[in-house]
Write a protein of this length. Structure first.
Length: 447
């Protein structure tokens, strides 16, 4: 037992003391935020060029309604100029918008021709403008028909122009009958964040175990180590030590996130505080109104965040991380011990990588239906449950499903670990030959 603890300490301390671990732990959250929001921000930027759109409207009804923007400029041309405009597509003109008939009677009488695939932004702009005009046309036709009085038509127009928005307040009922505020959007975000985290950590630290086994085998260090430590203890110490590195990193991130959340909560100003501030500044009504709106909105967000059972989420995240990590780390170590180089692991690890990718995509598609068949069965299968279950937990699922998933996961990783240890003890000292799966199964029966 003392030798096992020494192996665990060696694997843990050598990695935690590395400068790369410290830098990665501190910068990874910023890097993840940047990778999430930078592409979104870049997608909103344009190339600075105003694209010319020629509009040929045979009806003369719709072309004047198309308003130019910073990215697109609509230019009305006559039908006789159509051949010249067609020759300019891809040069002076980006696209030609042609309307050949009354869209209220024939919605398909419009086309957009361009050399490149037309952007979704441009299509949405044109579609929205034409849809509003067609709606007005049909209301006019209804009014002219005489079956509906003009006052009712005017009221319909007003309703369409000022469409009311409805905000649904979502509440969750606890087992004791208590009702608390919840947020589907927030649960979705939390589920996806923890799913990505557990996917990333299982893959990253599982590969770290594989690299450690390969490095020791290639450098022949393992031959010296097994003379004083049993191969099984060496494998267990390596998996546990590297796993503790991952848990340390998660603990640091949890503390940083908690500190950031506490700091943000200090900036949430209550509406009554803003009201008293506005009275002291001469009764500024605008400041008071803005304070009420901002305070209510921020308090609503903070209330939704506080309504999440963070203790439950963090506890199950830790349990599923440990189970998923040990399961896949055992598989990675098993295959790494059987080969001499990283290139030889490809044929063995490809199916494992596909399993992890399936779990990630299953979790991604389970967000919209966390109680559906895909979400349920994928959260019960041990090879995908660590990732998929983290999507479902923020939405609130029965306790028996969580317990059953954990029992199946831990039972499976114990069996896989025993199987991997038997292959590891033989494969770690085998050189010069890349074994087949059939031969590896024979190693299990060796005594």
């Amino acid at each position: 037992m003392n030798k096992l603890s020494l192996v665990i300490q060696r694997e843990y301390i050598t990695r935690v003391r590395k400068r790369s671990f410290i830098i990665l732990t501190l910068l990874m959250p910023l890097l993840m935020v940047g990778l999430s929001f930078l592409p979104l921000w870049l997608s909103t930027l344009n190339d600075g060029e105003v694209k010319q759109i020629a509009v040929i409207d045979q009806t003369g009804i719709y072309a004047p309604l198309l308003q130019s923007t910073d990215s697109y400029r609509f230019e009305i041309v006559g039908e006789k100029q159509q051949p010249d405009a067609a020759a300019k597509v891809g040069k002076e003109l980006f696209a030609i918008l042609q309307i050949t008939g009354d869209l209220s009677e024939n919605p398909n009488a419009v086309s957009l021709t361009s050399e490149k695939q037309s952007p979704q932004e441009l299509q949405s702009l044109i579609r929205q403008t034409l849809r509003e005009k067609v709606t007005q046309q049909r209301l006019d036709q209804l009014s002219q028909g005489g079956n509906v009085d003009e006052e009712a038509i005017a009221q319909v127009r007003e309703i369409l122009d000022n469409r009311p928005s409805v905000a649904i307040q979502t509440l969750r009922m606890g087992g004791d009958g208590s009702v608390s505020e919840s947020s589907t959007e927030l649960s979705t975000i939390i589920g996806m964040v923890f799913t990505i985290l557990i996917y990333m950590f299982i893959l990253m630290y599982g590969n770290m175990v594989m690299q450690a086994v390969l490095e020791e085998k290639k450098n022949r260090i393992v031959e010296v180590m097994v003379s004083s430590v049993k191969p099984v203890n060496l494998l267990i110490g390596k998996i546990v030590g590297i796993g503790l590195v991952g848990i340390t990193q998660l603990a640091i991130w949890t503390l940083l996130a908690g500190g950031l959340f506490s700091l943000l909560s200090l900036f949430v100003v209550a509406p009554e505080q803003v009201a008293s501030m506005s009275e002291g500044m001469g009764g500024m009504a605008d400041l008071n109104a803005m304070g009420n709106m901002g305070g209510m909105e921020l308090n609503g967000i903070m209330g939704s965040i506080l309504s999440i059972n963070w203790l439950e989420i963090l506890l199950f995240f830790l349990l599923f991380f440990i189970g998923g990590y040990v399961l896949y780390a055992s598989i990675f170590a098993m295959f790494a011990s059987a080969v001499d180089s990283e290139e030889d692991t490809g044929q063995f690890l490809t199916p494992v990588t596909l399993l992890i990718m399936f779990a990630f995509f299953a979790g991604f598609y389970s967000v919209n239906n966390p109680d559906g068949p895909l979400a349920f069965w994928a959260s019960m299968i041990p090879f995908s449950s660590p990732i998929v279950m983290m999507v479902r937990i923020p939405f609130g699922i029965p306790l028996w499903e969580k317990i059953l998933s954990i029992v199946l996961l831990y039972g499976t990783f114990i069996l896989i670990s025993v199987f991997a240890a038997k292959i590891y003890r033989v494969g770690i000292l085998m050189y010069g030959k890349k074994p087949s799966l059939k031969e590896m199964f024979k190693w299990v029966r060796y005594k």
